[in-house]
Design a protein around this ligand. Structure first.
Ligand SMILES: C[S@@+](CC[C@H](N)C(=O)[O-])C[C@H]1O[C@@H](n2cnc3c(N)ncnc32)[C@H](O)[C@@H]1O
Length: 339
């Protein structure tokens, strides 16, 4: 037991070693064939010496690499990240900021003043007084991070929710538009509007046009909290990994405001990793909660989202898994008689 505890305390060092291995591209260098230590050092720009030996030894000790004499190769665990490598590389950058934000966790928990972390500099819309004034260069880091995993997520969403009954969907905070593009390709009769900040929409418009989908995917450059939104125009509105950014009041306000975009009997879909109140949060979920809290958001449960939706007038609540880790879809109907 004590050893487990001590290992857990020390595991920050393993985390740092893994992030460095990703940053230096160790995994891709070893993808095709085993390399000698000297070749791996050369290919990753690591200088020979005690620190690089100790770094490689940790990767071997934790079975990320197999060491066979002087040859190093990826273990099964090391190989498992390759199919999602780009997404994991982007995610590792976010983990680095999380790591930096936790440097003074003692100070944060003692002061209770946690929202001004390094992470909230990264999610720049959280800090900006006027997010509509952000420039494309300022939103590109976080938008690219989300974009790297959006394709895989979009396919999981389409596999687990039938969009064939909708004519017009608004994707609130749709980022660089992978979901919209995937939906437009699968459902030829569907129109999609992506509502996001002007600086994000700039690049999304170019990506959508490059796919030849400019006629079916519209861009709505708005601050969804402060700007007027179109009324009664969509039969579904979607929030993918958007609501966990915001505190309870902001989430309720956004859900209440955007409900007016729906036509009679329209549907709202909330999609993101969610807990289930009937189960203990997993370790990974608890750690992600810590991260999201650091920039003023919240990891919620399906039941909490259902309660939010009900509180702003939605009915017919249901939820389902999305087939991807803890991603879940909470769906609700906006009946005309409950508006
Ligand atoms: C975490 S990202 C999710 C992006 C995308 N849905 C996905 O899952 O990859 C949140 C999105 O909300 C957008 N956003 C944040 N604040 C906004 C605001 N006030 N008005 C409009 N969009 C906003 C961001 O620009 C970003 O694209």
């Amino acid at each position: 037991m004590l050893t487990d505890f001590l290992d857990s305390v020390r595991s920050f060092a393993l985390s740092r070693v893994l992030m460095t291995a990703i940053e230096l591209d160790v995994f891709r260098q070893l993808d095709e064939r085993p390399l000698s230590k000297a070749d791996l050092r050369k290919r990753t720009g690591i200088k020979e010496g005690p620190i690089s030996d100790a770094f490689i030894d940790v990767l071997v000790a934790f079975k990320i690499l197999n060491g066979n004499g002087d040859k190093l190769e990826l273990s099964e665990t090391g190989r498992s990240i390759l199919p999602a490598y780009e997404s994991i590389r982007s995610w590792a950058r976010e983990m680095q900021l999380f790591y930096d934000s936790l440097c003074d966790l003692t100070g944060l928990v003692k002061s209770g003043d946690y929202k001004d972390s390094i992470l909230s500099d990264y999610w720049i819309y959280k800090k900006s007084r006027d997010p509509k004034k952000l420039q494309a260069s300022e939103v590109n880091d976080y938008s690219s991070l989300m974009d790297a995993s959006q394709m895989q997520l979009s396919h999981a969403i389409m596999d687990h929710h039938d969009f064939s009954g909708y004519a017009h969907i608004i994707d609130f905070g749709g980022g660089y538009g992978r979901l919209a593009i995937a939906l437009a390709e699968k459902y030829p009769g569907l129109r999609i509007t992506i509502a996001d900040l002007p600086a994000v929409c700039e690049k999304t418009r170019a990506l959508v046009d490059a796919e030849g989908l400019g006629g079916r995917i519209d861009l709505l450059p708005v601050d969804f909290f402060r700007d007027p939104l179109p009324v009664g125009v969509a039969d579904a509105i979607v929030f993918v990994r958007v609501l966990h950014d915001w505190d309870g009041d902001e989430t309720a306000n956004l859900l209440a405001k955007t409900r007016s975009c729906l036509c009679k009997d329209g549907t709202a879909l909330v999609i993101e990793p969610m807990n289930d109140d009937s189960e203990q949060p997993t370790r990974s979920s608890a750690l992600t909660s810590l991260m999201i809290t650091l920039f003023g958001g919240k990891r919620r449960s399906m039941q909490e989202y259902a309660a939010f939706l009900r509180s702003v007038g939605y009915t017919d609540l249901s939820w389902s898994d999305c087939g991807l880790s803890l991603y879940r879809i909470v769906a609700a109907r906006s009946r005309a008689d409950s508006v």
